[in-house]
Design a protein around this ligand. Sequence first.
Ligand SMILES: [Zn+2]
Length: 72
Amino acid sequence: MVPTEFPACKAREILKARVRADLKVYAEAVSALQRSLGQDFKKASRNAERARLAFETASKRLADHLQSHGCG
Ligand SMILES: [Zn+2]
């Protein structure tokens, strides 16, 4: 069900799906980081940082789209 005041926007849905996917990857990377306080910490830390940046980039692209397209 799409609320009538917010018409469906395909680009927005794609960007949202990207944010959700990147957030999931980020959450998993943080979870792996919590388990790896031993030898793999450096690697897990880099992974989590990379995942965080990807998530932030996706979030920003969604926010920019909502603002420029006015579909949020
Ligand atoms: Zn849009």
